[in-house]
Design a protein around this ligand. Sequence first.
Ligand SMILES: O=C(O)CCC(=O)C(=O)O
Length: 283
Amino acid sequence: MMEAILPGSPEPAGPAPNPQHLQLTPLAQPGPMTEMERFMFEAWGYLLIPDLLSEAECDEVLAAAKRLHGNQPAEKFKQIGRGFETEPAIERLMDHPAVLPKVRALYGDRFVLQAAWCTVMPAHGERSSWHQDGSSMYEFRDVAYPLPLLQLRVSFNLTDQSAPDMGNMVMIPGSHRSPVPLPKDVRKQVWASPIQHVICAKRGSVLMFHNGVWHSPMPSRLDYDRYNMHFIYSPPWLRRSDREASDPAWLARTTPLRRALAGDYERPDAPFGGGAPPIPFDN
Ligand SMILES: O=C(O)CCC(=O)C(=O)O
């Protein structure tokens, strides 16, 4: 899976690809965060859990993702939120036992699912747009340095991205700790920096990353659409971005843990003065 494969033609814009760009992947195992994983997350800003979902699970979630996007070939890059309310296969990933303990290790016992975005990149699509997560309305980098963890993104590959040019996520390791932003003039380039890292991972793999890491999707030379399912976890007071409130019918039928993650608290005091109920973890 980790063979160094150089990207294909056409000639990339910007700096030449670094032939070592697939090395130094911060590999993690399913389950609780180990000390080494925590160190790698702090240093690199991301972790990769390879091959977490089975082929059958991937098939199920991919079918759900396609339904969410209307079961049509995609015409453009698009993201659709709150699929967990209507698609049980997506809902099952929001508290996946291989991932949730790592989210808890980073946030402690109070956090919410701030958004759940299902993204599609069309066959032969391109959307090179280097950014940090958050909102351009008010960038997190304008809040404080070093950038606080406010949106932890957990991304499931639903289609294979085990070689470059498959719509892979591309990350700049450690860039969440950079006091200066990625230069503006490279932000639309595929090859923006010699230290960018193309994440090559099969479908069913999971990438977790800090909102501050500069990243971009790589173009796709696939003949079919590329799908990812992203879950974003945040402190409880951050405004949700894929919904104002969760669907009451879904809240009524889901589990207490998922209801707590959804963050639709009854607040005794406005807006968080009275606190918020704890997440009902098993342990
Ligand atoms: O390509 C994707 O699935 C994710 C794109 C992205 O970087 C983002 O939505 O922040």
